[in-house]
Design a protein around this ligand. Structure first.
Ligand SMILES: Nc1ncnc2c1ncn2[C@@H]1O[C@H](COP(=O)(O)OP(=O)(O)O)[C@@H](O)[C@H]1O
Ligand SMILES: [Mg+2]
Length: 371
Protein backbone atom coordinates (compact mmCIF):
# COMPACT_ATOMS: atom_id res chain seq x y z
CA UNK A 1 0.00 0.00 0.00
CA UNK A 2 1.14 3.53 -0.74
CA UNK A 3 1.17 5.38 2.59
CA UNK A 4 3.22 8.46 1.80
CA UNK A 5 1.93 11.79 3.17
CA UNK A 6 3.19 15.25 2.32
CA UNK A 7 2.75 17.91 5.03
CA UNK A 8 2.99 21.57 4.00
CA UNK A 9 2.94 24.24 6.73
CA UNK A 10 5.02 27.34 7.36
CA UNK A 11 4.82 26.75 11.13
CA UNK A 12 7.79 24.47 11.76
CA UNK A 13 6.48 23.39 15.16
CA UNK A 14 3.18 22.18 13.73
CA UNK A 15 5.08 20.46 10.94
CA UNK A 16 7.26 18.59 13.43
CA UNK A 17 4.34 17.69 15.67
CA UNK A 18 2.20 16.33 12.79
CA UNK A 19 5.17 14.48 11.30
CA UNK A 20 5.63 12.68 14.65
CA UNK A 21 1.93 11.80 14.87
CA UNK A 22 1.85 10.27 11.39
CA UNK A 23 5.22 8.52 11.73
CA UNK A 24 3.97 6.98 14.96
CA UNK A 25 0.96 5.64 13.04
CA UNK A 26 3.31 4.05 10.49
CA UNK A 27 2.95 6.56 7.65
CA UNK A 28 5.84 7.64 5.49
CA UNK A 29 6.06 11.41 5.98
CA UNK A 30 7.49 14.21 3.81
CA UNK A 31 7.51 17.80 5.04
CA UNK A 32 7.75 21.19 3.36
CA UNK A 33 7.69 24.60 5.06
CA UNK A 34 6.25 26.45 2.08
CA UNK A 35 4.00 25.81 -0.93
CA UNK A 36 6.75 26.04 -3.54
CA UNK A 37 8.90 23.45 -1.79
CA UNK A 38 5.83 21.26 -1.32
CA UNK A 39 5.03 21.27 -5.03
CA UNK A 40 8.68 20.50 -5.89
CA UNK A 41 8.63 17.54 -3.51
CA UNK A 42 5.37 16.31 -5.03
CA UNK A 43 6.84 16.41 -8.54
CA UNK A 44 9.78 14.27 -7.42
CA UNK A 45 7.87 11.90 -5.11
CA UNK A 46 5.16 10.83 -7.53
CA UNK A 47 3.92 8.05 -5.24
CA UNK A 48 2.70 10.48 -2.59
CA UNK A 49 -0.77 9.37 -1.54
CA UNK A 50 -2.23 12.31 0.41
CA UNK A 51 -1.30 15.98 0.95
CA UNK A 52 -2.10 17.96 4.09
CA UNK A 53 -1.67 21.68 3.51
CA UNK A 54 -2.04 24.80 5.66
CA UNK A 55 -4.05 27.60 4.09
CA UNK A 56 -2.38 30.67 5.55
CA UNK A 57 1.21 30.74 4.34
CA UNK A 58 3.39 33.61 3.07
CA UNK A 59 4.26 33.79 -0.68
CA UNK A 60 2.17 30.93 -2.01
CA UNK A 61 -0.94 30.34 0.11
CA UNK A 62 -2.72 27.03 0.54
CA UNK A 63 -5.44 27.82 -2.00
CA UNK A 64 -2.81 28.30 -4.73
CA UNK A 65 -1.07 25.07 -3.73
CA UNK A 66 -4.41 23.25 -3.93
CA UNK A 67 -5.08 24.70 -7.38
CA UNK A 68 -1.66 23.53 -8.61
CA UNK A 69 -2.08 20.01 -7.21
CA UNK A 70 -5.57 19.68 -8.72
CA UNK A 71 -4.07 20.70 -12.04
CA UNK A 72 -0.90 18.55 -11.94
CA UNK A 73 -1.92 15.46 -9.94
CA UNK A 74 -5.71 15.43 -9.73
CA UNK A 75 -5.86 11.99 -8.12
CA UNK A 76 -4.11 13.06 -4.91
CA UNK A 77 -6.57 14.02 -2.16
CA UNK A 78 -5.64 17.30 -0.43
CA UNK A 79 -6.71 18.02 3.14
CA UNK A 80 -6.59 21.68 4.10
CA UNK A 81 -5.79 23.09 7.55
CA UNK A 82 -7.81 26.24 8.21
CA UNK A 83 -7.81 28.68 11.09
CA UNK A 84 -10.66 28.69 13.58
CA UNK A 85 -13.73 30.60 12.26
CA UNK A 86 -12.49 30.67 8.66
CA UNK A 87 -15.67 29.14 7.39
CA UNK A 88 -15.73 31.07 4.15
CA UNK A 89 -12.20 29.93 3.23
CA UNK A 90 -13.13 26.38 4.12
CA UNK A 91 -16.14 26.48 1.81
CA UNK A 92 -13.96 27.90 -0.93
CA UNK A 93 -11.33 25.18 -0.75
CA UNK A 94 -13.97 22.49 -0.73
CA UNK A 95 -15.50 24.02 -3.84
CA UNK A 96 -12.04 24.02 -5.44
CA UNK A 97 -11.56 20.33 -4.96
CA UNK A 98 -10.09 19.81 -1.49
CA UNK A 99 -10.85 16.37 -0.04
CA UNK A 100 -11.74 17.87 3.36
CA UNK A 101 -10.65 20.54 5.82
CA UNK A 102 -9.64 20.46 9.48
CA UNK A 103 -9.66 23.51 11.72
CA UNK A 104 -6.67 24.46 13.85
CA UNK A 105 -5.78 23.66 16.58
CA UNK A 106 -5.68 20.24 15.03
CA UNK A 107 -7.47 17.37 16.71
CA UNK A 108 -5.05 14.51 15.89
CA UNK A 109 -7.67 11.77 15.98
CA UNK A 110 -9.95 13.70 13.66
CA UNK A 111 -7.08 14.34 11.24
CA UNK A 112 -6.00 10.69 11.31
CA UNK A 113 -9.55 9.58 10.50
CA UNK A 114 -9.81 11.97 7.55
CA UNK A 115 -6.40 10.88 6.22
CA UNK A 116 -7.45 7.25 6.44
CA UNK A 117 -10.59 8.04 4.41
CA UNK A 118 -8.56 10.00 1.86
CA UNK A 119 -6.25 7.00 1.32
CA UNK A 120 -9.24 4.71 0.91
CA UNK A 121 -10.78 7.00 -1.71
CA UNK A 122 -7.48 7.27 -3.59
CA UNK A 123 -6.99 3.50 -3.61
CA UNK A 124 -10.54 2.99 -4.87
CA UNK A 125 -9.97 5.46 -7.67
CA UNK A 126 -6.68 3.84 -8.65
CA UNK A 127 -8.34 0.41 -8.67
CA UNK A 128 -11.17 1.69 -10.90
CA UNK A 129 -8.68 3.22 -13.29
CA UNK A 130 -6.69 -0.01 -13.36
CA UNK A 131 -9.86 -2.01 -14.20
CA UNK A 132 -10.88 0.47 -16.85
CA UNK A 133 -7.39 0.25 -18.34
CA UNK A 134 -7.71 -3.54 -18.46
CA UNK A 135 -11.12 -3.38 -20.13
CA UNK A 136 -9.72 -1.02 -22.72
CA UNK A 137 -6.75 -3.34 -23.28
CA UNK A 138 -9.14 -6.26 -23.82
CA UNK A 139 -11.22 -4.21 -26.25
CA UNK A 140 -8.06 -3.21 -28.13
CA UNK A 141 -6.96 -6.86 -28.25
CA UNK A 142 -10.39 -7.80 -29.60
CA UNK A 143 -10.13 -5.20 -32.34
CA UNK A 144 -6.63 -6.40 -33.20
CA UNK A 145 -7.74 -10.04 -33.42
CA UNK A 146 -10.72 -9.03 -35.55
CA UNK A 147 -8.31 -7.12 -37.80
CA UNK A 148 -6.05 -10.19 -38.19
CA UNK A 149 -9.01 -12.41 -38.94
CA UNK A 150 -10.26 -9.94 -41.50
CA UNK A 151 -6.84 -9.81 -43.19
CA UNK A 152 -6.76 -13.61 -43.43
CA UNK A 153 -9.88 -13.52 -45.58
CA UNK A 154 -8.11 -12.19 -48.67
CA UNK A 155 -5.39 -14.85 -49.05
CA UNK A 156 -7.94 -17.48 -48.04
CA UNK A 157 -10.38 -16.41 -50.76
CA UNK A 158 -7.49 -16.74 -53.20
CA UNK A 159 -6.71 -20.32 -52.00
CA UNK A 160 -10.38 -21.31 -52.27
CA UNK A 161 -10.77 -19.79 -55.75
CA UNK A 162 -7.64 -21.55 -57.12
CA UNK A 163 -8.58 -24.84 -55.47
CA UNK A 164 -11.98 -24.61 -57.15
CA UNK A 165 -10.39 -23.77 -60.50
CA UNK A 166 -7.89 -26.67 -60.25
CA UNK A 167 -10.64 -29.04 -59.08
CA UNK A 168 -12.44 -28.37 -62.36
CA UNK A 169 -9.28 -28.76 -64.40
CA UNK A 170 -8.01 -31.95 -62.70
CA UNK A 171 -11.18 -33.79 -61.59
CA UNK A 172 -9.15 -36.99 -61.14
CA UNK A 173 -7.18 -35.40 -58.24
CA UNK A 174 -9.33 -35.94 -55.04
CA UNK A 175 -6.93 -34.01 -52.80
CA UNK A 176 -7.93 -30.75 -54.49
CA UNK A 177 -11.46 -31.20 -53.16
CA UNK A 178 -9.98 -31.58 -49.68
CA UNK A 179 -8.08 -28.29 -50.02
CA UNK A 180 -11.23 -26.64 -51.29
CA UNK A 181 -13.47 -27.87 -48.47
CA UNK A 182 -10.84 -27.19 -45.77
CA UNK A 183 -10.51 -23.64 -47.13
CA UNK A 184 -14.26 -23.18 -47.04
CA UNK A 185 -14.44 -24.46 -43.48
CA UNK A 186 -11.75 -21.99 -42.44
CA UNK A 187 -13.69 -19.25 -44.16
CA UNK A 188 -16.80 -20.15 -42.16
CA UNK A 189 -14.84 -20.17 -38.89
CA UNK A 190 -13.32 -16.76 -39.59
CA UNK A 191 -16.66 -15.28 -40.65
CA UNK A 192 -18.44 -16.56 -37.59
CA UNK A 193 -15.63 -15.27 -35.37
CA UNK A 194 -15.82 -11.83 -36.98
CA UNK A 195 -19.56 -11.88 -36.68
CA UNK A 196 -19.37 -12.83 -33.03
CA UNK A 197 -16.71 -10.21 -32.20
CA UNK A 198 -18.78 -7.56 -33.92
CA UNK A 199 -21.88 -8.52 -31.97
CA UNK A 200 -20.04 -8.83 -28.63
CA UNK A 201 -18.65 -5.37 -29.14
CA UNK A 202 -21.94 -3.57 -29.76
CA UNK A 203 -24.44 -3.57 -26.96
CA UNK A 204 -27.44 -2.91 -29.18
CA UNK A 205 -30.73 -4.71 -28.84
CA UNK A 206 -31.33 -7.14 -31.66
CA UNK A 207 -33.35 -10.21 -32.52
CA UNK A 208 -31.82 -13.15 -30.73
CA UNK A 209 -31.84 -16.64 -32.13
CA UNK A 210 -30.85 -18.74 -29.12
CA UNK A 211 -30.05 -21.79 -31.28
CA UNK A 212 -27.63 -19.82 -33.37
CA UNK A 213 -25.83 -18.36 -30.33
CA UNK A 214 -25.41 -21.85 -28.87
CA UNK A 215 -23.93 -23.13 -32.13
CA UNK A 216 -21.53 -20.20 -32.24
CA UNK A 217 -20.46 -20.68 -28.62
CA UNK A 218 -19.74 -24.39 -29.09
CA UNK A 219 -17.85 -23.57 -32.28
CA UNK A 220 -15.78 -21.15 -30.25
CA UNK A 221 -14.92 -23.81 -27.68
CA UNK A 222 -13.94 -26.11 -30.53
CA UNK A 223 -10.70 -24.13 -30.79
CA UNK A 224 -9.69 -26.15 -27.70
CA UNK A 225 -8.51 -29.50 -29.05
CA UNK A 226 -9.56 -31.43 -25.96
CA UNK A 227 -13.08 -30.01 -26.23
CA UNK A 228 -13.18 -30.65 -29.94
CA UNK A 229 -11.98 -34.24 -29.97
CA UNK A 230 -12.80 -35.66 -26.55
CA UNK A 231 -16.20 -34.16 -25.83
CA UNK A 232 -19.09 -35.74 -27.65
CA UNK A 233 -21.78 -33.21 -28.47
CA UNK A 234 -25.43 -34.14 -28.45
CA UNK A 235 -27.62 -31.51 -30.07
CA UNK A 236 -31.34 -31.26 -29.71
CA UNK A 237 -32.34 -27.82 -30.93
CA UNK A 238 -36.00 -26.98 -31.52
CA UNK A 239 -36.23 -25.92 -35.15
CA UNK A 240 -39.16 -23.60 -34.52
CA UNK A 241 -37.72 -21.95 -31.41
CA UNK A 242 -39.23 -18.47 -31.01
CA UNK A 243 -36.82 -15.56 -31.23
CA UNK A 244 -36.58 -12.94 -28.54
CA UNK A 245 -35.24 -9.42 -28.41
CA UNK A 246 -32.09 -8.67 -26.42
CA UNK A 247 -28.39 -7.92 -26.35
CA UNK A 248 -26.32 -10.62 -28.00
CA UNK A 249 -23.43 -10.47 -25.51
CA UNK A 250 -25.74 -11.05 -22.50
CA UNK A 251 -26.79 -14.44 -23.89
CA UNK A 252 -23.48 -15.47 -25.42
CA UNK A 253 -21.60 -14.79 -22.18
CA UNK A 254 -24.09 -16.74 -20.10
CA UNK A 255 -24.04 -19.77 -22.43
CA UNK A 256 -20.28 -19.60 -22.63
CA UNK A 257 -20.09 -19.75 -18.80
CA UNK A 258 -22.43 -22.75 -18.69
CA UNK A 259 -20.52 -24.62 -21.40
CA UNK A 260 -17.21 -23.86 -19.71
CA UNK A 261 -18.53 -25.18 -16.39
CA UNK A 262 -19.79 -28.33 -18.11
CA UNK A 263 -16.40 -28.82 -19.77
CA UNK A 264 -14.60 -28.24 -16.44
CA UNK A 265 -16.89 -30.74 -14.69
CA UNK A 266 -15.98 -33.44 -17.21
CA UNK A 267 -12.19 -33.07 -16.88
CA UNK A 268 -11.93 -36.28 -14.87
CA UNK A 269 -14.75 -38.23 -16.57
CA UNK A 270 -14.10 -41.16 -18.86
CA UNK A 271 -17.21 -40.33 -20.88
CA UNK A 272 -17.50 -36.72 -21.81
CA UNK A 273 -20.88 -35.81 -23.21
CA UNK A 274 -22.14 -32.29 -23.64
CA UNK A 275 -25.87 -31.94 -24.31
CA UNK A 276 -27.30 -28.78 -25.81
CA UNK A 277 -31.09 -28.65 -25.92
CA UNK A 278 -33.57 -25.93 -26.66
CA UNK A 279 -37.33 -26.02 -26.57
CA UNK A 280 -40.50 -24.17 -25.74
CA UNK A 281 -44.02 -24.61 -24.50
CA UNK A 282 -46.81 -22.12 -24.09
CA UNK A 283 -45.22 -20.64 -20.95
CA UNK A 284 -41.48 -20.83 -21.54
CA UNK A 285 -38.63 -20.80 -24.01
CA UNK A 286 -35.66 -22.69 -22.61
CA UNK A 287 -32.04 -23.69 -23.12
CA UNK A 288 -30.45 -26.68 -21.42
CA UNK A 289 -26.74 -27.41 -21.11
CA UNK A 290 -25.99 -30.81 -19.67
CA UNK A 291 -22.83 -32.74 -18.98
CA UNK A 292 -21.70 -36.16 -17.87
CA UNK A 293 -19.30 -34.66 -15.33
CA UNK A 294 -18.65 -34.86 -11.61
CA UNK A 295 -22.02 -33.47 -10.49
CA UNK A 296 -22.69 -31.06 -7.63
CA UNK A 297 -22.88 -31.87 -3.92
CA UNK A 298 -26.34 -31.20 -2.44
CA UNK A 299 -24.91 -28.84 0.16
CA UNK A 300 -23.37 -26.68 -2.60
CA UNK A 301 -26.56 -26.27 -4.64
CA UNK A 302 -27.90 -23.21 -2.73
CA UNK A 303 -24.55 -21.43 -3.08
CA UNK A 304 -23.95 -21.81 -6.83
CA UNK A 305 -25.12 -18.32 -7.81
CA UNK A 306 -23.39 -16.52 -4.96
CA UNK A 307 -20.49 -14.33 -6.05
CA UNK A 308 -17.07 -15.96 -5.46
CA UNK A 309 -18.46 -19.41 -4.71
CA UNK A 310 -16.13 -21.87 -6.40
CA UNK A 311 -14.93 -25.40 -5.83
CA UNK A 312 -12.09 -24.87 -8.32
CA UNK A 313 -9.43 -23.89 -5.86
CA UNK A 314 -6.39 -24.74 -7.96
CA UNK A 315 -5.03 -26.38 -4.78
CA UNK A 316 -4.57 -30.00 -3.63
CA UNK A 317 -3.43 -31.15 -7.01
CA UNK A 318 -6.51 -29.70 -8.70
CA UNK A 319 -5.50 -27.90 -11.84
CA UNK A 320 -8.76 -25.96 -12.31
CA UNK A 321 -8.87 -22.52 -10.82
CA UNK A 322 -12.19 -20.68 -10.71
CA UNK A 323 -13.32 -17.18 -9.85
CA UNK A 324 -16.78 -18.13 -8.67
CA UNK A 325 -18.24 -15.38 -10.81
CA UNK A 326 -19.48 -17.33 -13.85
CA UNK A 327 -22.93 -18.26 -12.58
CA UNK A 328 -23.35 -15.08 -10.58
CA UNK A 329 -22.65 -12.90 -13.62
CA UNK A 330 -24.81 -15.13 -15.87
CA UNK A 331 -27.72 -14.58 -13.53
CA UNK A 332 -27.03 -10.84 -13.37
CA UNK A 333 -26.82 -10.59 -17.18
CA UNK A 334 -30.07 -12.42 -17.83
CA UNK A 335 -32.26 -11.25 -14.99
CA UNK A 336 -33.42 -8.32 -17.16
CA UNK A 337 -35.01 -10.99 -19.42
CA UNK A 338 -36.69 -12.61 -16.38
CA UNK A 339 -34.56 -15.70 -16.87
CA UNK A 340 -34.99 -18.52 -14.36
CA UNK A 341 -32.11 -20.91 -13.70
CA UNK A 342 -32.79 -24.46 -12.70
CA UNK A 343 -30.16 -27.08 -11.80
CA UNK A 344 -30.51 -30.87 -11.76
CA UNK A 345 -27.43 -32.74 -10.68
CA UNK A 346 -26.38 -36.19 -9.60
CA UNK A 347 -22.99 -36.74 -8.00
CA UNK A 348 -20.68 -38.69 -10.27
CA UNK A 349 -23.21 -38.69 -13.12
CA UNK A 350 -23.62 -35.16 -14.35
CA UNK A 351 -25.51 -31.92 -14.29
CA UNK A 352 -28.13 -30.07 -16.32
CA UNK A 353 -28.53 -26.32 -16.18
CA UNK A 354 -31.79 -25.02 -17.61
CA UNK A 355 -32.27 -21.35 -18.37
CA UNK A 356 -35.85 -20.48 -19.18
CA UNK A 357 -37.45 -17.26 -20.34
CA UNK A 358 -41.14 -16.37 -20.20
CA UNK A 359 -42.89 -17.08 -23.50
CA UNK A 360 -44.16 -13.51 -23.49
CA UNK A 361 -40.67 -12.47 -24.71
CA UNK A 362 -41.20 -14.38 -27.98
CA UNK A 363 -41.20 -12.18 -31.06
CA UNK A 364 -42.04 -14.77 -33.69
CA UNK A 365 -41.10 -18.41 -34.37
CA UNK A 366 -37.40 -18.73 -35.25
CA UNK A 367 -36.44 -19.49 -38.84
CA UNK A 368 -36.44 -23.20 -39.27
CA UNK A 369 -33.02 -24.63 -40.03
CA UNK A 370 -31.08 -21.76 -38.43
CA UNK A 371 -29.09 -24.47 -36.72
N1 LIG B 1 -21.79 -28.22 -14.74
C1 LIG B 1 -21.31 -28.22 -13.51
N2 LIG B 1 -20.93 -29.37 -12.92
C2 LIG B 1 -20.44 -29.38 -11.65
N3 LIG B 1 -20.29 -28.28 -10.88
C3 LIG B 1 -20.66 -27.11 -11.41
C4 LIG B 1 -21.18 -27.01 -12.74
N4 LIG B 1 -21.46 -25.70 -12.97
C5 LIG B 1 -21.13 -25.04 -11.85
N5 LIG B 1 -20.65 -25.88 -10.92
C6 LIG B 1 -20.20 -25.51 -9.56
O1 LIG B 1 -20.54 -24.16 -9.32
C7 LIG B 1 -19.39 -23.42 -8.94
C8 LIG B 1 -19.54 -22.00 -9.39
O2 LIG B 1 -19.48 -21.90 -10.80
P1 LIG B 1 -19.07 -20.53 -11.46
O3 LIG B 1 -19.88 -19.44 -10.85
O4 LIG B 1 -19.10 -20.66 -12.94
O5 LIG B 1 -17.59 -20.31 -10.93
P2 LIG B 1 -16.23 -21.08 -11.32
O6 LIG B 1 -16.48 -21.86 -12.58
O7 LIG B 1 -15.25 -19.98 -11.53
O8 LIG B 1 -15.90 -21.92 -10.13
C9 LIG B 1 -18.23 -24.18 -9.56
O9 LIG B 1 -17.01 -23.94 -8.90
C10 LIG B 1 -18.70 -25.63 -9.39
O10 LIG B 1 -18.47 -26.08 -8.10
MG1 LIG C 1 -17.45 -21.03 -14.26
Amino acid sequence: MNDKILLIDDDVNILKMLAKVFQFEGYNVLTAENGKKGLELLTKQKDTGVVICDIKMPEMDGEKVLEQIRFRQPLIPVIMLTGFLELETAVNVMRNGAFDYITKPVDNDQLLAVVEKAFQQRNRMLEELRKKGQEEKMAALGRLTAGFAHNLNNPLSCIIAYAEFLKGKYPQEPRLSKIYSAGNKMYTIISSMLNKTRKEYHRNKEIINLNQILVEEVEFFDADLEFRHQVEKKWNLAKDLPEIEGIYADFSQCFSNLIKNAFDAMKGSANKMLGVNTGWDKHHIYVEISDSGCGIKKKDLPKLFEPFFTTKSGREGKSLKGTGLGLFSSYQLLKQYQAAFDVQSELGKGTTFRVSFPYTLAIKPAMAGAC
